[in-house]
Design a protein around this ligand. Structure first.
Ligand code: C5P
Length: 328
């Protein structure tokens, strides 16, 4: 069957965790979470085009450093394309090009956004029409944050973080993102969390204790739309472990608050620090101040959230083929 599209470009967002409650380590090595994701306006773009063999190329945009992104079979966009081909019974390969605007190994799910974008791009390229739920199920095999990259906006995540329930909020929040000087490995941060808990240096897990007070506080703040209320409710159980592995993060959080942020939190497993601002203008002002002040300040970014999940930006039809939309 001829392909409906000659080339498809999809954009998928970064995320920040407004709340990240980490339960005890499970037998499969993962931790049960109660988390609130928000998709932010920092994006990955993936372009897929038919090719004789699977391949991936990567380019950094807005100064994003891509030196640490693997180009071999472990690349998440490539794994996503191969998985969809296998499960979709597609006997075609694709060349993928990734334009990265999300800090690499930064705790903002940039790799997961690549996987989400590659799934949507290949679905459209191959005319599979798999649907969001089926793509999210495949995405969960690739990484805990991939289903959220597909859905976007604001959502409560449970289980490994792959079971999602949307949170409705009318408000738009303004963020300043400060990437770390070096990446942090997600498994290393979870392991440090377990170690600090076993040593009694941080409180025991709360996520399974039936205490939903932190979740209720974030949900109430989202309903109110008041950034100060949301700032007071931000919480991340991985912040202490991330700061234990990268002590300079405490200084970044303090610098953000001194510059006028309402609150700051380590994003996911870090090391990106997410600072909540009172308005978009305030975010720009704080970002300018931190860019001048912090080492590596040139990498400070602003973003707003929530934004939608993975979306087709452009689908170039095969000449003469009647196309029935972008695949979703
Ligand atoms: O699923 P993802 O690839 O993001 O997970 C990377 C690692 O982070 C896992 O191998 C595990 O060590 C840790 N993790 C966890 N519990 C989760 C999600 C991730 O322990 N819910």
């Amino acid at each position: 069957m001829p392909l409906p599209n000659a080339q498809v470009t999809v954009r998928a967002p970064a995320k920040v965790n407004l709340l990240l409650e980490v339960g005890p380590r499970r037998d499969d090595g993962f931790h049960d979470l109660v988390t609130v994701f928000q998709a932010l306006s920092l994006y990955e773009e993936v372009t897929a085009a038919p090719a004789a063999e699977f391949s991936v190329t990567v380019e950094g945009v807005d100064g994003t450093d891509v030196a640490d992104v693997p180009l071999d079979g472990t690349n998440l966009a490539l794994r996503a394309a191969r998985l969809l081909a296998e499960r979709g019974g597609v006997d075609e390969a694709v060349a993928l090009h990734v334009r990265k605007g999300v800090p690499v190994a930064g705790g903002m799910a940039g790799g997961s956004a690549d996987a989400a974008a590659a799934l949507v791009a290949c679905d459209a390229l191959w005319g599979l029409h798999a649907g969001l739920d089926a793509l999210a199920e495949l995405g969960a095999e690739l990484g805990s944050d991939v289903p959220f990259g597909l859905h976007g906006r604001t959502a409560v995540g449970t289980g490994r973080g792959t079971r999602l329930a949307p949170v409705l909020t009318d408000a738009t929040f303004s963020w300043v993102l400060v990437p770390g000087a070096r990446g942090l490995s997600t498994p290393a941060v979870y392991a440090e969390c377990d170690r600090l808990r076993a040593a009694g240096q941080v409180p025991a897990p709360t996520a399974q204790a039936g205490d939903e007070s932190r979740l209720r506080a974030v949900e109430a703040a989202l309903r109110s739309g008041d950034p100060a209320q949301l700032g007071a409710a931000l919480a991340n159980d991985l912040q202490a472990p991330a700061c234990s592995l990268a002590p300079e993060l405490a200084g970044t959080l303090a610098a953000g608050c001194a510059a006028g942020a309402l609150a700051g939190v380590v994003s996911g497993s870090g090391p990106t620090v997410a600072l909540l601002a009172a308005s978009a203008a305030e975010a720009e002002r704080i970002a300018g101040e931190l860019a001048a002040e912090l080492p590596g300040g040139a990498r400070v970014r602003t973003a707003t959230g929530p934004v939608p999940g993975a979306r087709v930006l452009e689908a170039v039809a095969v000449p003469g083929h009647r196309r029935d939309g972008g695949g979703r």
